[in-house]
Design a protein around this ligand. Structure first.
Ligand SMILES: NC(=O)c1ccc[n+]([C@@H]2O[C@H](COP(=O)([O-])OP(=O)(O)OC[C@H]3O[C@@H](n4cnc5c(N)ncnc54)[C@H](O)[C@@H]3O)[C@@H](O)[C@H]2O)c1
Length: 309
């Protein structure tokens, strides 16, 4: 099994390391900076005697090395600077993603592509547009991370292990993310029975700002460890055909009254990529929020398309 990880920065390198550590697949790590991916790959391989993994990893500057990969993780491009929104990365990252996607179309035509690059939903759409791959094979990671951040915060608030908190965060990876109070449970008990609306609102605010808080603290670069772990959760679900139900940025053309947008929805994830979109029962307000978000993301598609003209 071969996985290509494009971008040997903070996120891409952590993803590559976790894939081989878990013996999920052999990895090709690609970066445009000479020596970077090769150096990172060697560093990871030197851990193999201690961690006991047997999968290999190779670093290269050649995008063509993704040849016949079954899964490609796209984690290249710019990160936010303090004070920036993810959307402000659109122009710079669109050019990079176009180039990468054109290579994938030629060299990895059977691959499932998992996008990490921001702004997430629109970059995922761009990969689908340029590759022309069936849309069930092009998806993005954000909802797993946003839910993990909310689960952590709820665990802290209630003094329980974050692992025992479950939740769903739909919509976009940004200001418009939609955490679902009615689908949030602590040890199987609805969280509504444990916290007030004001507490919930505050935790949602902190979740929305979690990425920006890390950017501000780091001053250079953005979150990488939890994003990488979130991506590998999805990689595992795909490679091992686990039929997990996870939130991914996916092409929605009908469900939730949304026609023609990439945004975060719960899906059944397996070897075929997106095997189904789960339709949840939402309040009128939640549904409207999701539909409004889809419209905003569609606006970004148009903006990317105009950049090309
Ligand atoms: N979806 C999410 O939840 C999420 C979370 C964290 C980061 N991100 C995004 O992931 C991206 C990567 O983040 P990072 O922290 O690893 O950034 P980074 O700056 O550490 O690494 C990015 C790497 O991409 C490489 N690159 C640029 N153009 C390339 C190309 N054409 N081919 C191959 N490599 C290329 C750069 O040389 C660099 O090494 C950013 O856009 C960031 O905003 C998304």
């Amino acid at each position: 099994m071969k996985v290509a990880v494009i971008g040997a920065g903070a996120v891409g390198t952590a993803i590559a390391a976790k894939i081989v550590e878990r013996n999920l697949a052999d990895v090709v790590l690609v970066d445009v900076v000479p020596g970077l991916a090769e150096g990172k790959a060697l560093d990871i391989l030197h851990a193999s005697p201690i961690l006991g993994f047997t999968r290999t990893i190779r670093g290269t500057t050649e995008l063509e090395a993704c040849l016949w990969s079954e899964l490609v993780v796209v984690a290249c491009g710019r990160t936010r600077q303090p004070g920036m929104t993810r959307e402000e990365l659109l122009e710079q990252n669109a050019a990079t993603i176009r180039e990468v996607a054109a290579t994938l179309r030629a060299y990895a035509p059977g691959a499932t592509v998992l996008v990490v690059t921001n702004p997430l939903d629109v970059m995922t759409w761009l990969v689908a547009e340029v590759t022309g791959f069936p849309r069930k094979r092009v998806l993005g990671m954000a909802g797993v991370l946003d839910a993990a951040r909310l689960r952590y915060l709820l665990g802290q608030e209630l003094g329980v292990a974050p692992k025992d908190v479950s939740t769903l965060v739909l919509g976009s990876h940004g200001e418009q993310m939609l955490p679902l109070l009615g689908y949030t449970f602590v040890g199987g008990v609805p969280v509504k029975e444990k916290i007030s609306q004001a507490q919930w609102d505050e935790l949602v605010r902190k979740t929305r700002e979690a990425g920006a808080d890390i950017v501000r603290l780091l001053q250079k670069g953005s979150a990488s460890y939890a994003p990488a772990v979130s991506v590998v959760e999805m990689v595992e679900a795909i490679l091992l055909d686990q039929k997990r139900i996870l939130v991914a940025s996916v092409w929605c053309d009908g469900p939730y009254g949304i026609r023609g947008a990439y945004l975060g929805l719960p899906v059944l994830l397996g070897r075929e990529g997106i095997e189904a979109i789960q339709e949840l029962s939402l309040s009128q307000e939640e549904l409207l929020c999701l539909q409004r978000t889809a419209k905003e993301i569609e606006g970004l598609f148009a903006k990317v398309a105009s950049l090309r003209a």
